[in-house]
Write a protein that binds this ligand. Structure first.
Ligand SMILES: O=C([O-])CC(=O)C(=O)O
Ligand SMILES: [Mg+2]
Length: 388
């Protein structure tokens, strides 16, 4: 298989909401179409990729560094011994002449291309991505469906406690059992009122509510909130301090007995391994949220899984950030603990196929070949326009 052309674009995924750290008024995403020389039903197979929310587009790195390396590579450098196009070998080619460390936006750019390459090879194989991953890297027995929780509960101008409760009710009505809300964007007194309001909607069951600080707290605020929320037995307390402050996380874990989740802003196996080594994370209860679409793609995510295994962690402790269709396949194939979902947010890239049904907080990736972005009509319109 040969890639005959590559088409990079940038689309807005903006929204008026805000977490404790940023608003999303200028949020955007790279989108990519890789057109191949494989013809099916008279049309070339095309692989699509995009980046997850929270980081901005990385289109220039894709165009200036990654794609030129792929196009300059000899066919033998991109195909394995069985003659198959290999996203893993392509990954090595893309990372030529890149120093280690300082992963930043480069991991986003590689993630976009890695996703498009996996979409392409799995379409060429005629199978949904999760089956291909399970056959190549898993146990050949993927999960039928994946646990998903509904993330929302953002701060927004004029949003009242009643609005917050209504939002959470809509999540429950659409099939989710567990929900997530933002905290840390106001003071503790206000946040406790917001938490109480949401727990009321959850019939008083705090173990169905996760809270997300988006890295805002210093150690003393982290511990102050920890003490205040401990009695609620929350589903998890997320990204409490700066994502690279492993010492803060380790101290928090000594004081807070319930689950902690973090990792959405760790973009490499090296950073994830440091979290396991120095972050005090507890393999019996905590969650790792590394998002494959932001962190060098599936090829690197497999390395993260290997590092977890070496440290005695189960793949079930991973629930990736991002709420997108790519991680949903990965979760089903590698028996992850679940995947995030943002009903209605971060469109058009976010979310699952249009026909996906959430039942008992579970959803299936679907049976379309590849990632299945053709099953997301609005997003597919943008992707298709890249190369038509
Ligand atoms: O608000 C955000 O940046 C998204 C986020 O943290 C999450 O999905 O966990
Ligand atoms: Mg988060």
């Amino acid at each position: 298989m040969k890639i005959v052309s590559a088409h990079v674009g940038t689309i807005p995924i903006r929204s008026s909401m805000r977490n404790a750290y940023i608003d999303f008024s200028k949020m955007d995403s790279s989108i990519l179409a890789l057109v191949s020389d494989v013809i099916v039903d008279g049309k070339p197979l095309v692989g699509y990729g995009f980046n997850s929310n929270g980081r901005y587009n990385a289109s220039h790195i894709i165009e200036d560094r990654l794609l030129p390396r792929l196009f300059a590579a000899a066919p033998a450098e991109l195909h394995n011994d069985s003659g198959e196009f290999s996203p893993s070998l392509a990954w090595d080619v893309m990372m030529r002449n890149e120093k280690p460390g300082g992963h930043g936006e480069r991991s986003v750019a590689v993630g976009v291309v890695d996703m498009a390459l996996h979409d392409l090879v799995t379409k060429a194989a005629g199978v949904p991505l999760y089956r291909w991953i399970s056959d190549h890297y898993g146990d050949g027995h993927p999960d039928d469906s994946v646990f998903v929780y509904a993330a929302g509960g953002y701060y927004a101008p004029g949003k009242t406690l009643t609005d917050l409760q209504d939002e959470m009710r809509r999540f429950l009505d659409s099939g989710y059992n567990v929900v997530k809300m933002k905290i840390g964007g106001t003071d503790l007194t206000e946040d406790l009122k917001r938490i109480d309001a949401v727990i009321e909607v959850l019939d008083g069951d705090g173990s169905r509510l996760a809270v997300d600080v988006n890295g805002k707290f210093d150690l003393s605020t982290a511990l102050e909130y920890a003490q205040a929320i401990e009695p609620y037995h929350l589903f998890w307390y997320e990204e409490v301090g700066d994502p690279l402050d492993y010492s803060l996380n380790a101290t928090l874990a000594e004081h807070y007995p319930h689950p902690i989740a973090t990792g959405e802003n760790l973009f490499s196996v090296q950073d994830a391994r440091n979290l396991l080594r120095y972050g005090g994370m507890r393999p019996d209860r905590d969650y790792i949220q590394v998002d494959p679409a932001l962190s060098y793609g599936l090829v690197e995510y497999l390395r993260v899984q290997e590092a977890l295994k070496q440290h005695g962690w189960s793949s079930k402790r991973c629930i990736p950030h991002g709420g997108h269709q790519f991680s949903l396949h990965i979760a089903a194939a590698l028996h992850l603990g679940g995947n995030e979902s943002y009903p209605g947010e971060f469109q058009p890239t976010g979310g699952f196929t249009d026909d996906a049904v959430i039942r008992d907080s579970h959803v299936s990736p679907g049976e379309l070949p590849g990632i299945g972005l053709e099953g997301k009509a609005e997003f597919y319109r943008h992707l298709h326009a890249l190369h038509e």
